[in-house]
Design a protein around this ligand. Structure first.
Ligand code: NAP
Ligand code: GCO
Length: 260
């Protein structure tokens, strides 16, 4: 791979990366030479993640940290700087979803999603940026969603959070460009991970629905996200800023299969 996509000598911090999309992105970064750091919400997940990375030949550094806690995030970012190195690449991947009709969702449930999916990326970005500024630059990638652009029943809090995350991406891009920090997003389509497992159960109507709404006529895989993530984490994207790169098999371009 040409040097412009190299991540040699970089420290990459991927939040919520003990499995799923975050782990796939972290492994891709490692293949391009980055040192891998991740956090998750409890020690069991962190230990599971470290073991999974080790099985893939990766010595990853894992930390227990709730991205909604400013105190835990500040402590973790300091530990990473001391134990691994100042963070060059941040991927705000940690997230939750609650699929509840709006009329049935409590404000507390709504806030819980906003807290992790929108406030969390703000907290972690704010904690990591000073180190990037001191180093002369960095890369921040926010994991957005189809719901950054589209709505659907039962995911009002998640869509509000991911829509806000798109605008947070654009705003931080504007504020930190002068420090050579590029802030972009990746908007995955419907990806086969534990988060979407309920929607892919055999015979679930949503499974057929999504395949019909996707020109590529398939669910995405975490591997589909690896190349776009390497691009946005590398020098190849140094003049890309405030952009959300949708990796969706064409969903956002598609009005839907025309009746035969
Ligand atoms: P996921 O289950 O959403 O993974 C999220 C990870 O973040 C889990 O390890 C989770 O731990 C962790 N996490 C949750 N709350 C946290 C907190 N407060 N602090 C730290 N870590 C926390 O699975 P995924 O599908 O890989 O999703 C990863 C990201 O991609 C999410 O932001 C999601 O919204 C986004 N996304 C997913 C899809 C898709 O189709 N799968 C599409 C578009 C965007 P727990 O296991 O304990 O919850
Ligand atoms: C849902 C799904 C989606 C995906 C993803 C799509 O219930 O609609 O979970 O929200 O997770 O965000 O991009």
């Amino acid at each position: 791979m040409s040097k412009r996509f190299s991540l040699e000598g970089k420290t990459a911090f991927v939040t919520g990366a003990s499995y799923g999309i975050g782990m796939a992105i972290a492994k891709a970064f490692h293949s391009e030479g980055a040192a891998i750091v991740f956090n998750d919400i409890n020690i069991d997940l962190v230990q599971k993640g470290i073991a999974s990375y080790r099985e893939a030949g990766i010595t990853a550094s894992g930390y227990v940290c709730d991205v909604t806690s400013e105190e835990q995030v500040a402590e973790t970012v300091s530990k990473i700087a001391a134990e691994v190195g100042t963070i060059d690449i941040l991927v705000n991947n940690a997230g939750v979803i609650k699929r509840i009709p709006a009329l049935e969702m409590t404000a507390r449930e709504f806030w819980q999603v906003i807290d992790v999916d929108l406030v969390g990326p703000f907290i972690v970005s704010k904690a990591v940026a000073p180190g990037m500024i001191a180093k002369g630059g960095g890369k921040i990638i926010n994991i957005c969603s189809m719901m950054s652009e589209l709505g659907r029943e039962t995911v009002s809090a998640y869509a509000a959070a991911k829509g806000g995350l798109k605008m947070l991406t654009r705003n931080l891009a504007c504020e930190w460009a002068e420090h050579n920090i590029q802030v972009n997003g990746i908007g995955p389509g419907y990806i086969a991970t534990p988060q979407t497992a309920p929607l892919r159960e055999k015979g679930h109507p949503f499974n057929e629905f999504i395949i019909a709404k996707t020109p590529a006529a398939r669910w995405g895989t975490t591997e589909d996200l690896e190349g776009p993530a390497i691009f946005l984490a590398s020098a190849a994207s140094d003049f890309v800023n405030g952009h959300v790169l949708y990796v969706d098999g064409g969903i956002l371009a598609y009005i839907g299969k025309q009746p035969k």
